[in-house]
Design a protein around this ligand. Structure first.
Ligand code: GLN
Length: 450
């Protein structure tokens, strides 16, 4: 991104990004809203001065429509900025649009957006991944050098992998969630998609830090970005997680990821075979906890205070019922129903409480592993980007493909997806996971591969 600016001058680059957004974005449907009048940022001074980017439409932008991919927020114009938005603006970066996404960040293919599917720029018959699919497609198509995303169970890393990008999901608490429309609050974390580790690192540096407006944001020491990028991997112990190469992972995927790991080894890292037995429980635990929290978070969309309001209400109950029936899409309704079910009396102990116990086991398993290694590694996804429509009728197959990403959120850890070769012309992703607040190790290892 820096080289771009040096070559072209900030104002020119931003103007070119806008032209590209207007030309290219419609073909892949990457953007829900284009912001040509620079309402959400003014390119001035700062570490990212003049660099164009797009925000996932989950971040509230004062005065600019913010939909979260949902019809229920179709006309919603927030009266305030998310902290992520305010920080990027203060850094001088220029937001040229709001990126398409799965409704309320629920999905892995961007097929759950009320604003239409997004196409993968590498092969437009395929999905870009989700839920930050518009963010990934916009960067992969060359519209902007970076995009923001949010990652509750893989939504930054998986689309990064499907679109040949670097996608960084920081430690829970590293970046403020204030103004980021909630899906599952104990799992949600903002992240960055870009073309390199170095670009992700610069944006991470701007976004990170304690925010009094988010009680879960942590006052952690700043990451030594340039130190990390120049550290190399000599002696770095990389745990190759057996279960992440397990059943369902395509053998070509295992091969290309192992090849990237050998490159790390050649650069001085030590590969260690490691097992995380509890990973097999991650999908069921995640798909209990995330919908449970979602069902609670989404109760605020009642047609009264903001968002879509039905025109066919007879009384208060039908106002709620019809506004929500008309405003929410199928997958969101599915999550609200399953989330409400697992929280209801008689089922709470059997499902929600159980899932929370499993979550603890998973976190403990990771801690144990980090006693022996510095980072953990495996494929980000079991396979490359699938065809549009391929999994829409089979939600369980869609959920199952999140196998390697959701455990990271359950444990609150930082992780990164890095480009790792191609399979049949489509990008594959290598995921690295670090202990909480050890993003520097991800940056060091990732940069060594680029
Ligand atoms: N695919 C997962 C889900 O649908 C993760 C989404 C996300 O990280 N926002 O819940």
């Amino acid at each position: 991104a820096r080289a771009l600016i040096a070559a072209g001058g900030a104002a020119d680059i931003a103007a070119q990004a806008l032209d590209r957004a207007l030309q290219l974005a419609p073909a892949i449907n990457a953007l829900i809203t284009v912001l040509p009048d620079d309402r959400v940022s003014n390119a001035g001074t700062g570490p990212l001065a003049g660099i164009p980017f797009v925000h996932k439409d989950v971040f509230c932008t004062e005065g600019a429509r913010t939909t979260a991919g949902s019809k229920i927020l179709d006309q919603f114009v927030p009266p305030y900025d998310a902290t992520v938005v305010a920080r990027l603006r203060a850094a001088g970066a220029r937001c040229v649009g709001k990126a398409n996404m799965d409704e309320f960040a629920m999905g892995s293919s961007n097929e759950n957006s009320a604003y239409g599917v997004v196409r993968n720029p590498w092969d437009t018959s395929r999905v870009p991944g989700g839920s930050s699919g518009g963010s990934a497609a916009a960067v992969a198509a060359g519209i902007v050098p970076f995009a923001t995303g949010s990652d509750t169970g893989g939504s930054v890393r998986q689309p990064a992998a499907f679109c040949g990008l670097t996608g960084l999901k920081p430690t829970y608490g590293r970046i403020s969630r204030y103004g980021m429309i909630a899906y599952a609050s104990s799992l949600d974390q903002a992240g960055v998609l870009a073309r390199s580790v170095a670009d992700c690192a610069e944006v991470l540096d701007v976004l990170s830090g304690h925010d009094p407006l988010d009680a879960t944001s942590v006052d952690a020491p700043a990451i030594d970005i340039s130190g990390a990028l120049h550290r190399g991997v000599r002696g770095l112990r990389v745990g190759v997680v057996r279960e992440m190469f397990g059943a369902g992972v395509r053998s070509a995927m295992a091969d290309t990821v192992l090849q990237s790991l050998r490159a790390l080894e050649a650069a001085g890292a030590v590969l260690v075979d490691i097992s995380l037995d509890s990973l097999r429980h991650a999908i069921p635990a995640y798909y209990v906890i995330a919908p449970a929290e979602a069902s609670s978070n989404l109760s605020r969309y009642d047609g009264v205070r903001f968002g879509h309001r039905t025109e066919s209400a007879k009384d208060l109950k039908s106002l709620y019922q019809n506004s929500r029936s008309e405003g929410f899409g199928l997958e969101v309704k599915r999550r609200i129903l399953s989330g409400t079910y697992v929280l209801s009396s008689g089922y709470y102990d059997a499902y929600y409480l159980r899932a929370q116990q499993v979550r603890r086991l998973i976190a403990a398993d990771f801690s144990r592993a980090f006693g022996a290694v510095d980072v953990l590694a495996g494929p980000t996804t079991p396979d490359v980007a699938f065809k549009l429509g391929e999994k829409v009728d089979d939600p369980l197959a869609m959920y199952a493909a999140d196998i390697n990403t959701v455990a990271v959120n359950l444990a609150g850890l930082p992780a990164i997806s890095l480009p790792s070769g191609f399979i049949d012309g489509l990008p594959a992703g290598l995921q690295l996971i670090a202990p909480a607040f050890a993003e520097d190790q991800l940056l060091a290892a990732g940069h060594a591969l680029q």
